[in-house]
Design a protein around this ligand. Structure first.
Ligand code: XMP
Ligand code: MG
Length: 176
């Protein structure tokens, strides 16, 4: 068990299992993007550990860049608008792979994907370290998914509980 702030978390997915799965995703992406020089865009802060491990499993020519997402109330009926901070790359005609730590309800990405598509990439896929199928409420799907997790709060491997826990090398789940 580890303590993060006021809560206890128990080991959930080991470092070895994570490394094995991330390497599999790397091989799959290598295979799918050969000759296309994909541009990985990692969403900070949560995905930085996943992005670092996955990118080093990629052996084809590839680029990586990092962004932060900021959401604000939109003026349209669609509600929140999510924009990228730090996006300097021209996405036009690029094969983009968005890297996320976790897709929970899918709200963040469902708001951000249209913004990315408006920059006219040649293709757009999503690679998420984790997905929470039971929590999903929006029409968003990871093309490459590391692990499906139950609807419980998790920390470690880049994911935080109120700022702490990102440095834990394995994944932990909340212990009730
Ligand atoms: P949505 O609902 O927009 O949420 O898909 C995605 C963002 O919510 C955060 N999140 C978590 N962070 N443990 C975390 O440390 C979790 O179990 C968890 N569930 C959601 C995360 O920042 C993600 O990008
Ligand atoms: Mg996040």
């Amino acid at each position: 068990m580890v303590q993060v702030h006021d809560k206890k978390f128990r080991p959930f997915i080991s470092r070895e299992a994570i490394q094995k799965r991330v390497a599999e995703l790397g091989r799959q992406i290598d295979h799918d993007y050969e000759g296309l020089r994909p541009l990985f865009i990692a969403v900070l802060n949560g995905s930085f550990v996943f992005a670092s491990d996955l990118f080093r499993c990629i052996t084809i020519e590839a680029e990586i860049s990092f962004i932060k997402l900021a959401s604000y109330k939109g003026t349209t009926s669609t509600g929140n608008v999510v924009t990228a901070i730090g996006m300097e790359e021209n996405l036009h005609q690029r094969h983009v792979i968005l890297l996320e730590d976790i897709i929970d309800t899918g709200k963040t990405l469902s708001a951000f994907v249209p913004e990315l598509l408006s920059r006219q990439p040649a293709s757009l896929r999503i690679a998420s370290f984790l997905t929470k199928p039971e929590a999903l409420k929006y029409d968003i799907k990871a093309d490459y998914a590391g692990f499906e997790v139950p609807n419980k709060f998790v920390v470690g491997y880049g994911l935080d509980y109120d700022g702490l826990g990102r440095n834990l090398p394995e994944l932990y789940e909340l212990a009730e």
